[in-house]
Design a protein around this ligand. Sequence first.
Ligand SMILES: [Zn+2]
Length: 169
Amino acid sequence: MVTLRHAQERIDADAWRIAAAVPDPEVPVLTIEDLGVLRAVDVDGSRVRVDITPTYSGCPAMDAIRDDVILALTAAGYDEVEVRLVLSPAWTTDWMTDAGRTKLEEYGIAPPSGRAALGSGPIRLTLSVRCPRCGSLDTHEVSHFGSTSCKALFECRACLEPFDHFKVH
Ligand SMILES: [Zn+2]
């Protein structure tokens, strides 16, 4: 028996799927679901409310993401789409999905290494950043700011290629 509640859950899942497919403007192989930016989707009739949490404060990509979520859901037939920026709790790279980490590496960007949540004090586990091209761990940071503020520029000593590393935070 399909209850109203079940029907509602299916509608919510559809809206989630549509919002989840919106790509990250900076790394288009990643969706906002991969990034862990998509937090909640609530459907009420033809109205949808979407909660997203920005990866980095002032990340200019968030405006583009918000517009894309509104466009995607409007195109799917939802009349009213509200996108809320939820700033607390703050996004961390831990929210990035395993699928997202794999896609990031295949794209040539070293995924965030380690877990930001390990230890809440100033001491953090630092792990070597693996070169996404040759897999070498013999890499070093060239610049703390890569192509965007979300990434650091690294260089591999084995294959001598520079690459972006998605910073852990
Ligand atoms: Zn390399």
